[in-house]
Design a protein around this ligand. Structure first.
Ligand code: F0G
Length: 351
């Protein structure tokens, strides 16, 4: 039978209501792409792969969680969903709500959401509301609203989001035949790292696969889990992870330490370099999604990680198309030439 989405594929392993009908866009089943050129650059005799979550239907990993959260909300009879978002959750909630015939309300920090994400939320028909505040402010507001009104919260505080997102760990184990030795990923509100760890532990119990060590990576200007305290005014070019009070921060720290890994920070410059390295292997991701590789590069270069002979997976959470301005902003306008063969040859052949 053709692929049916993550709920159908993994329903025996998901804690979801019996008889829940799946609201799906056939999310998941994303490729685990070998990147030997990047492993070489890291000096390594090791197996490095990118789990390209930007290839989900709305361009980010959020679709794995949203299929379950929206299906469960619909199952309960909810007519409206709400979320706070740095952009990707908004686009995903909007798409799945549209699919379910529900209203989506998304609250975003004004001026801090990348163009492709905002466009997606609007295209899918969400009510988009910008606040003069941060993601953290937006999250506490939507929590209050969902407590007062019959509106379903679909941020990763909703446990069904994590049920869906853990499916990526299952897919990685299914493809590799086991868990990787190391897995690196960006950390923002900390739902995803929590979900991966849940998934790996569950597969370990049910299928006997091993457990990976997890490297969680935050942006230096938004690194509450590294600093050990909330960040009141988080800043980073990686707007997806511009979060100062992660809702699942404690669970993220537990995931990192139980897995014998850790959470670290990288600068915006290191993130942009990693984004270029990935693009040079044909994988264009948004800045936040490059944080996992940025962390790996930093630790390998500092001699803190020896990956020789290891299987390593980097999670690239969102597509580069989400945030085109970060790229176009780095370039002057493309050269303009007359539509003439000799003129074009002159430019091309002179390099
Ligand atoms: N990568 C991308 C592309 C994201 O959009 C996010 C989170 C993360 C990583 C971090 O994942 O929050 O589970 O630790 N984006 C949320 C949003 C906050 O609203 O779209 P996390």
């Amino acid at each position: 039978m053709s692929y049916q989405g993550i709920i159908e594929t993994y329903k025996a392993l998901l804690k979801i209501p019996d008889e829940m009908k799946a609201v799906t866009l056939l999310e998941g089943n994303t490729p685990l792409i070998p990147v030997p050129a990047i492993a070489d650059q890291l000096g390594g005799d090791f197996d490095l792969r990118v789990k390209f979550e930007g290839l989900n239907p709305t361009g980010s990993f959020k679709d794995r969680g949203m299929t379950v959260a929206v299906s469960e909300a619909a199952h309960r009879g909810a007519k409206t969903v709400i979320c706070a978002s740095t952009g990707n959750t908004a686009a995903s909630a909007a798409a799945y709500a549209a699919r379910a015939g529900m209203r989506a309300i998304v609250i975003i920090p004004a001026g801090k959401v990348a163009a492709g994400k905002l466009a997606g939320a609007i295209a899918y028909g969400a009510d988009v509301i910008q606040i003069d505040g941060s993601f953290d402010d937006a999250l506490s507001l939507v929590v209050s609203i969902s407590e007062k009104h019959p509106i379903a919260l679909v941020n990763s505080l909703n446990p069904f989001r994590l049920e869906g997102q853990k499916s990526s760990a299952f897919e990685i184990c299914d493809v590799l035949g086991d868990a990787p030795d190391w897995m690196a990923l960006p950390v923002g509100n900390a739902g995803n790292i929590t979900a991966y760890w849940m998934g790996y532990k569950q597969y370990h119990e049910v299928k006997g696969t091993s457990l990976p060590r997890i490297l969680g990576v935050q942006a230096a200007g938004s690194a509450p889990l590294v600093l050990g305290h909330p960040v009141e005014k988080p800043e980073t070019i990686a707007t997806a992870i511009r979060i100062g009070r992660p809702a699942r921060g404690e669970e993220a720290l537990i995931a990192a330490s139980e897995s014998n890994g850790y959470i670290m920070a990288v600068t915006d410059d290191e993130i942009l370099k990693a984004q270029k390295i990935l693009a040079s292997s044909g994988i264009w991701v948004e800045p936040a999604s490059a944080a996992g590789l940025a962390g790996l590069v930093k630790e390998v270069n500092a001699g803190k990680l020896n990956l020789c002979g290891k299987k390593v997976v980097i999670i690239c959470t969102g597509h580069g198309l989400k945030d085109p301005d970060v790229i176009t902003g780095q370039f002057t306008k493309p050269q303009a030439v007359k539509a003439e063969l000799t003129e074009l040859e002159r430019i091309i052949l002179n390099g």
